[in-house]
Design a protein around this ligand. Structure first.
Ligand code: MUC
Ligand code: MG
Length: 369
């Protein structure tokens, strides 16, 4: 049923260093998967991560090896199964590997949606929106540069909500940086911070109090991935939104976080969830638990970004918008027609499948040999 499965590592420099508590990125390694079915239809998926093994449990190299060694032979051996049955066979044979599973599932859904002549969003139950809001992440590491960058984005009508990466400096220095940006941009511009799990609970109590008083709207992943007790206490203690990102690893952890009241917002990521279908399941759990939603990114290129957009377009509510800006952080375009960002939103394509066309000559030039 599937005749070829190819995994490419594609290196693209970023437009500026992207500084986070977990890593500083100067380039991004896109992990792209291309699957061709027996009927000749091809589908694309993406399993990009951040900072090698600095962020998650899968590296670009491990995803490539595992897809080539385990996923590809299995996919080629399966006959007459639909996407759900194919993913069930994969889950029975392969543990973990959520990023790789997401990339493979995306490619299978791309093929199936193309076969049906429908946008991928329709295979997921149907879109409720044709475009979704996208914020920008300020992470140059310099307060003045961040302010200038934000002002440029607002003037160009590209982004009017900003997330700031903090956690690599002392709490007081980070708070000073954030509040200077908040003050420069004014009260109508929403500012959120992502601590990327860098704070102890006591540091979080200090930092969150100061940021809440300074008018910041949301605190993302303040404490360690496994420190659900701290996340629960912080969510109860503060009025400001506390968002789970790294702690949220798919439907099971969504269920447990919701049960514990360990977050007021979920950052849904298709790769962290283990697929688009599982990302939608996380969205359903949040909805049932009264938890607000935000569309997250692993700083993917256009394939993972638009796959995420198809999934998020089916959500009834995206109270905190999305951060699907990954392709805008890269210096090279790998699509024949770039994704459409305008009026602070990203358009969800109307064409069949993901609705994008990869520039394969460009990929050949950029891929790791
Ligand atoms: C993260 O932790 O949210 C998303 C945007 C960004 O700049 O970094 C990522 C990862
Ligand atoms: Mg985050």
């Amino acid at each position: 049923m599937y005749k070829s499965v190819e995994t490419l590592l594609v290196e693209i420099p970023t437009i500026r260093p992207h500084k986070m508590a977990v890593a500083t990125m100067q380039t991004q390694t896109l992990v792209l998967v291309k699957i061709t079915a027996e009927d000749g239809l091809t589908g694309w998926g993406e399993a990009t991560t951040i900072g090698g093994l600095g962020y998650g449990e899968e590296s670009p190299e491990s995803v490539k090896t595992n897809i080539e060694t385990y996923f590809a032979p299995l996919l080629k051996s399966l006959k007459g199964l639909n996407v759900a049955q194919t993913m069930q066979a994969i889950k029975r044979n392969i543990n973990g590997n959520r990023f790789a599973k997401c990339a493979v599932q995306t490619a299978l859904l791309d093929i199936q949606a193309k076969r049906l002549g429908q946008p991928l969003s329709e295979v997921l139950g149907g879109r409720l929106q044709n475009s979704i809001p996208v914020l920008w992440v300020l992470a140059s590491g310099d307060t003045g540069k961040d302010i200038a960058e934000a002002q440029k984005m607002i003037a160009a009508q590209r982004h009017n909500i900003f997330k700031l990466k903090i956690g690599s400096r002392a709490v007081e220095a980070d708070v000073e940086h954030v509040l200077a940006i908040k003050q420069a941009l004014g009260k109508d511009i929403s500012i959120r911070v992502d601590v990327n799990r860098a704070w102890s609970e006591l540091e979080a109590v200090k930092g969150i109090s100061l940021l809440q008083n300074g008018g910041v709207d949301l605190i993302e992943q303040p404490c360690a991935i496994d420190n659900i007790d701290a996340m629960e206490r912080l969510t109860r203690k503060f009025d400001i939104a506390i968002m789970a990102d790294e702690s949220l690893m798919g439907p099971h952890s969504a269920y447990h976080l919701a049960k514990r009241n360990a977050a007021s917002v979920f950052a849904v990521k298709i790769a962290q969830s283990g697929g688009l279908i599982e990302g939608c399941e996380v969205g359903k759990i949040a909805k049932l638990a009264g938890i607000d939603l935000y569309g997250g990114t692993m700083l993917e290129g256009p394939v993972g970004t638009i796959a995420s957009a198809h999934a998020f377009s089916t959500f009834e509510s995206l109270a905190y918008g999305t951060e699907l800006f990954g392709p805008l952080l890269l210096t090279e375009e790998i699509l024949k027609t770039p994704l459409q960002y305008r009026n602070f939103e990203l358009a969800v394509p109307q064409q069949a499948g993901l609705g994008i066309e990869l520039d394969e000559d460009k990929l050949d030039n950029l891929r790791r040999s």
